[in-house]
Design a protein around this ligand. Structure first.
Ligand SMILES: Nc1nc2c(ncn2[C@@H]2O[C@H](COP(=O)(O)OP(=O)(O)OP(=O)(O)O)[C@@H](O)[C@H]2O)c(=O)[nH]1
Ligand SMILES: [Mg+2]
Length: 260
């Protein structure tokens, strides 16, 4: 029956089989940073399990006082409980350290507020399995439709995406997206070194200067339905200044060490 399909279709079919096999043999974990997400965390766990049952789920409960960790445990997720609030960067890094220690090949980062749609997980993982890149970034600005964020947030993201595109020499459209997937090389990097406050933009620069390859793919995002955003006007202003300085310092340091 080999002749029943044209060669191109056969090749695509074979590639899909290889990819599916590779996907099955990879050990995959979804790291979910969560702070005061009691209203959302059960839905997030069910969304991941329903769309990507092959992955283990790790909730990093960062000193929540609203029972986030307890609800996550009741829904069968692995839970790391940090006794007091360390902040998003340290919580995510804790997740990467866990992934490294437990021998995972691929780690996915997905927010605990329900904004990231787990039906995109197979597409996020596929470029890593194929060896196309080391870090996949889910971009809400490459996709039509979906929630694009409040106006101020969109402007901030656009500014950092523009800056980062210049520094990386590669177009980045959603630099503040926390929806990402990485391979073992990046797990090792982030387990050892991860920015503290507002880490998303800086983590991309860190990956780039460590010569990891980044690929953006389109995803749609949803609006937060419960709980509260951790970002307000004052924090946004702090975010802009802090991250911009960190980018400049990080990039200059790298240039200086290359010149030595
Ligand atoms: N572990 C941990 N998670 C946090 C902390 N602050 C926020 N998060 C989580 O990080 C994710 C993103 O936080 P959000 O407040 O939604 O920030 P955002 O998605 O960048 O901003 P919005 O567009 O306003 O939703 C959510 O899952 C939060 O629960 C923290 O201090 N520690
Ligand atoms: Mg959010």
């Amino acid at each position: 029956m080999a002749g029943a399909f044209p060669p191109q279709k056969r090749r695509a079919g074979a590639q899909m089989l290889v990819r599916e096999h590779a996907m099955e043999t990879q050990k995959i974990i979804v790291i979910v940073p969560a702070y005061e997400e009691a209203a959302n965390i059960a839905g997030v766990i069910e969304d991941i399990r329903g769309n990507f049952p092959a992955a283990d789920i790790l909730i990093v409960d960062d000193g929540s006082s609203d029972g986030t960790g307890k609800i996550a445990l009741q829904h069968g997720a692995e839970v790391l409980t940090i006794p007091f609030n360390l902040g998003i960067g340290s919580a995510v890094q804790t997740g990467y350290q866990y992934a490294l220690r437990e021998g995972y090949d691929i780690a996915i980062q997905l927010d605990g507020d329900g904004q990231h749609d787990a039906s995109f997980l197979p597409e996020m993982v596929s470029p890593l399995v194929n060896g196309e890149c080391d870090l996949v970034l889910g971009s809400r600005y490459l996709a039509g439709g979906g929630y694009k964020g409040a106006r101020g947030r969109r402007a901030g993201t656009a500014f950092f995406s523009w800056t980062l595109s210049l520094l990386l020499g590669q177009k980045v459209t959603d630099s503040t997206s926390g929806f990402r997937a990485v391979n073992l090389e990046a797990i090792e990097l982030f387990a050892a070194d991860y920015p503290r406050d507002y880490p998303e933009v800086e983590a991309l620069l860190l990956a780039h200067v460590t010569r990891l390859k980044i690929k953006e793919i389109p995803v749609t995002m949803r609006e937060r339905t419960g709980g509260k955003s951790s970002i307000n006007l004052f924090r946004s202003a702090y975010y802009m200044v802090k991250v911009f300085l960190a980018l400049i310092v990080g990039f200059s340091r790298r240039r200086a060490s290359r010149a030595e």
